[in-house]
Design a protein around this ligand. Structure first.
Ligand code: SAH
Length: 244
């Protein structure tokens, strides 16, 4: 059966053949009032674990709705085991970072407070919703969990021995970018500093960690949001799921 899919929607709860999905008030409003979907129309659903499913609208109300999963349209695609640690910056730029991390493929996102972090309080739920919207839009079936903000120093105190760190070190500006093709595969985290950069003691600590590879991102100082995208590109291309 060819279906005309009008939109993709992230839902809470299980998906599977014959599974009924109850919409929230906000979802029902979006589908039936804004997008004007009706009974018999199809949407694509994903929940972060069960792949993507085509579901048929069975009931369409102003504030509620019922969908029925028909068939799986894509398998679950989880990202590589890559974390992104970044120091929050201004609201719009922080939104950009979590959106791009979702699109480009990371497993978890960690906002970290560094010595020179200078940002308003993080609106955790809004940022996570922003990531859901990014996954809906980019065709992904996975939404990286956004961890609560925490101090970088504390996170490093308990850093897992088997997780490599790609430390984006602005003091290396102008040095050649280290190719990552020969770096070990496995668990990684990318670390990006705030607008003010890392403090000398943070830089020293990160460099001294046996799990760390510190890299330059080229001849110019990038803004933190640009640096996040650049580092994700280098890592995904060399070690992630872009190549294979
Ligand atoms: N104010 C700082 C720059 C901070 S840029 C200074 O003038 O030195 C924000 C973050 O992006 C940095 O902490 C680093 O993690 C990353 N970054 C930006 N440009 C970089 C480069 N050329 N090489 C490595 N990391 C870079």
């Amino acid at each position: 059966m060819t279906k005309n899919i009008k939109l993709r929607l992230f839902v809470d709860g299980p998906l599977g053949a014959g599974q009924t999905v109850l919409l929230t008030k906000e979802q029902a409003q979006r589908l039936f009032t804004v997008m004007r979907l009706a009974v018999g129309d199809f949407v694509a659903l994903f929940n972060g674990t069960d792949g993507e499913w085509h579901a048929e609208v069975m009931e369409a109300g102003k504030r509620k709705g019922v969908l029925l999963c028909r068939d799986q349209s894509a398998p679950q695609l989880n990202p590589p085991d890559l974390w992104l640690l970044f120091a929050p910056i201004k609201k719009a730029r922080t939104e950009f970072i979590v959106e791009k991390a979702t699109e480009m493929g990371v497993a978890r996102v960690f906002p970290v407070q560094t010595r020179y972090t200078n940002a308003e309080r993080l609106k955790h739920d809004r940022l996570q919703a922003h990531m859901v919207a990014a996954a809906q839009q980019c065709g992904g079936t996975y939404v990286p969990p956004l961890e609560p903000a925490q101090k970088l120093a504390k996170l490093l105190d308990h850093w897992p021995g088997d997780r490599h760190l790609l430390f984006c070190d602005e003091t290396k500006v102008g040095q050649p970018v280290t190719p990552l093709q020969n770096a070990p595969r496995g668990k990684w985290a990318i670390v990006i500093g705030p607008e003010g950069g890392f403090s000398p003691d943070e830089t020293a600590r990160l460099r001294a960690m046996p799990q760390a590879t510190s890299i330059s991102l080229g001849p110019r100082i990038l803004r933190a949001d640009t640096a996040a995208v650049a580092a994700l590109t280098l890592w995904q291309h060399a070690l992630g799921d872009w190549g294979s």
